[in-house]
Design a protein around this ligand. Structure first.
Ligand SMILES: [Zn+2]
Length: 633
């Protein structure tokens, strides 16, 4: 789709520029002005050391951690190049819309480049919001250009920032000078490290020391839409300190100079997390730290992103360890990059005290049930394909998810790595565990901030060294399985099985509260929006469920249940009532401009998943116990 080599001249020039930049310590100067962040504009100005002749600058396309070609080029505006006070004209490449060609006139040694990045207010095809009236997150890739063909490790940047008056900010970059409280200049660093160190700014800002008196330092920086939302309870602080201790015990090495959790709390930013070596960009609802239901669903967010510093940033699949931001990424090993992280994210959430053992079990029950009973899509799409298709699936809509399959390499890999953990423990007669794999795979070269790529064979070889077993077959069978059902042996080998009752699953209940959803996946076979923009609409229908058999499809709108205006409560009443009768449940739905009543012949009552103990040996409980000395509370 895009030419990889344009002309020899351009490539040679780009390489010249880079060599000169790195060897002579000349850096691209970058000034970012966030003062218009509340108006959703970031202003950027760059100065490139140049030589006369053709030059191509590119805008980052494949963003690390996003595994997708989603650099939001559509919102890059006001692009202007100048040299010696004169405008230098540019032309966008006809094939690669991320590339800007220009010719540097004789006598010009510094080229100024300016651009404005317009932030979207809603999540969509153009990208994700990063600023609100009171908070701004700056992933630097939004506001930079760099020479085409250059390795991002080789292009040095010297960045400075200006934020709205009275705002505070934090980044993992070291500050070299600060002329006022609203501005700072950071260390000269490679483009790779710059993009790997987002900045968080806000009017309501608080920083917590979460490893007091220790080196390296760990901080939690919170910017929120209100002051109250930045408060952390004593217990939450202790859990975070325990999390830092647990990772020390688990890995025995760290790959950062200091670590900064960035936490942006706003109802105007979609919940998200993006990993970096020395920090993480975490986003949640404004009341995340204040509301137990909100926190329940996001308990593993900080442990997950923190674990990525080792798994994803330090150790990275070879297909994701690209030389620049224009080279396509390959997602085939995301079941390790994201899957192992998802597993340890929840295990570390439990080991650190964020989740009690019963909360972990409810989470695993909901996850396993959704994958086992809610994924007919596995008959056509194996787990491996969900990883290979990552750049399609991140943007896929929820409608049809059970048949399409979403990014299952997160949750299904949790079950697979749990099984791997239980298998190592069994094969080694309790002498070894998956923790030993992590220690040897991620716990080398303490202090090194670098990428050590790996292949499938490397994972298999180390697993064999930890506990001899046919690991190649183990992983391949699970990656290429078409079912029936999800890989549940890990749960069973660790002492648990999924069973159903009419009592609500606690994790599902919290998710329903925060997401405004009613989830009847395991009874009627659909979920629907009970609040928010899509209120009343059917989110998804599981093929061959009672709802699907009756003819209900995603996108239709719920109007009434058994003749009465629908609500989550009345739906549940109808399900309970139908248990003792032969009458169908009648749902009135709106499909475009037409109304239709659908009859659901279902009499099984409410069904919610839980974990039921199989025997007295609780391997899962053992895995989830804290390993580091307990932090005093
Ligand atoms: Zn992740």
């Amino acid at each position: 789709m895009r030419p990889l080599v344009r002309s020899k001249l351009v490539l040679v020039f780009a390489l010249l520029l880079n060599v000169q930049t790195k060897a002579q310590g000349i850096a691209v100067r970058l000034e970012v002005d966030l003062r218009d962040a509340p108006r959703r504009v970031y202003h950027s100005r760059m100065e490139f050391p140049v030589k006369p002749g053709p030059l191509t600058l590119v805008y980052p396309k494949w963003i690390p951690g996003e595994h997708s070609p989603n650099g939001p080029i559509v919102d890059v505006t006001g692009v202007q190049f100048r040299g010696n006070g004169q405008e230098i004209s540019w032309r966008r490449d006809d094939m690669d819309l991320y590339a800007f060609h220009c010719t540097i006139p004789a006598g010009v040694t510094i080229m100024e480049a300016a651009l404005d990045y317009l932030l979207p207010k809603e999540d969509g095809i153009a990208g994700s919001p990063s600023a609100t009236a009171q908070v701004a997150v700056l992933p630097w890739n939004l506001v930079v250009l760099y020479p085409e063909g250059a390795k991002t490790d080789d292009v040095m940047f010297s960045a400075s920032i200006r934020v709205p008056s009275g705002w505070k900010f934090a980044t993992a970059l070291n500050t070299v000078s600060a002329s006022s409280a609203d501005s700072a200049t950071f260390e000269t660093i490679s483009l790779t490290r710059l993009v790997d160190s987002p900045l968080l700014a806000g009017a309501f800002f608080k920083t917590y020391d979460i490893s007091p008196g220790q080196k390296p330092e760990h901080r939690l920086n919170i910017a929120a839409d209100s002051a109250i939302a930045t408060s952390l309870s004593k217990d939450q602080l202790s859990d975070l300190r325990q999390l830092v201790a647990e990772t020390g015990t688990l890995f025995g090495a760290r790959h950062y100079r200091h670590y900064d959790f960035m936490l942006a709390l706003s109802d105007h930013l979609p919940p998200n997390g993006l990993e970096h070596h020395e920090s993480s960009d975490n986003r949640g609802p404004e009341k995340m730290l204040l509301d137990p239901d909100s926190l329940e669903g996001l308990m593993d967010l900080l442990p997950h992103e923190f674990f990525h510093s080792w798994n994803g940033k330090y150790r990275r699949p070879v297909g994701l360890a690209t030389r620049d931001y224009q080279t396509p990424m390959k997602g085939d090993l995301l079941w390790v990059y994201e899957g192992l992280t998802q597993y340890y994210g929840v295990i570390l959430a439990a080991r650190s005290g964020f989740w009690k053992p019963e909360q972990l079990r409810e989470y695993l029950a909901a996850t396993a049930a959704a994958l086992n009973d809610g994924r007919p899509g596995r008959t056509w799409r194996d787990l491996q394909d969900t990883a290979i298709s990552v750049s399609l699936l991140y943007g896929a809509r929820e409608a049809g998810a059970s048949w399409r399959r979403p990014v299952d390499y997160y949750d299904e890999s949790t079950l697979i790595w749990l099984e791997a953990d239980a298998t190592i423990r069994r094969e080694s007669k309790g002498q070894k565990s998956l923790d030993d794999f992590c220690r040897q795979f991620h716990g080398t070269e303490d202090g090194a901030i670098k990428v050590v790529p790996y292949r499938f064979e490397d994972v298999v070889a180390l697993m064999n060294a930890i506990a001899p077993y046919d690991w190649k077959k183990f992983f391949e069978e699970r990656l290429h399985s078409h079912g029936p059902g999800a890989p549940l042996a890990g749960l069973e080998n660790s002492g648990w099985k999924v069973s159903y009752s009419d009592e609500m699953n606690e994790h599902q209940r919290a998710a329903e509260q925060t997401d405004g959803i009613v989830d009847l996946s395991f009874s009627l076979g659909f979920s629907a929006h009970a609040a928010g923009e899509d209120i009343n609409s059917i989110a998804d229908v599981i093929p061959s469920s009672p709802a699907a058999k009756a003819g209900i499809a995603p996108g239709m709108k719920l109007v009434a249940v058994n003749g009465r205006k629908w609500s989550p409560d009345w739906l549940r009443v109808a399900i309970r009532d139908a248990k003792n009768t032969k009458e169908p449940i009648r749902l009135l739905l709106e499909n475009d401009d037409y109304y239709q009543t659908f009859e659901l012949d279902y009499h099984g009552g409410e069904r919610y998943p839980h974990l039921e103990s199989l025997h007295s040996t609780d391997v899962l409980g053992e895995i989830a116990k804290h390993r580091a000395p307990a932090i005093a509370r």
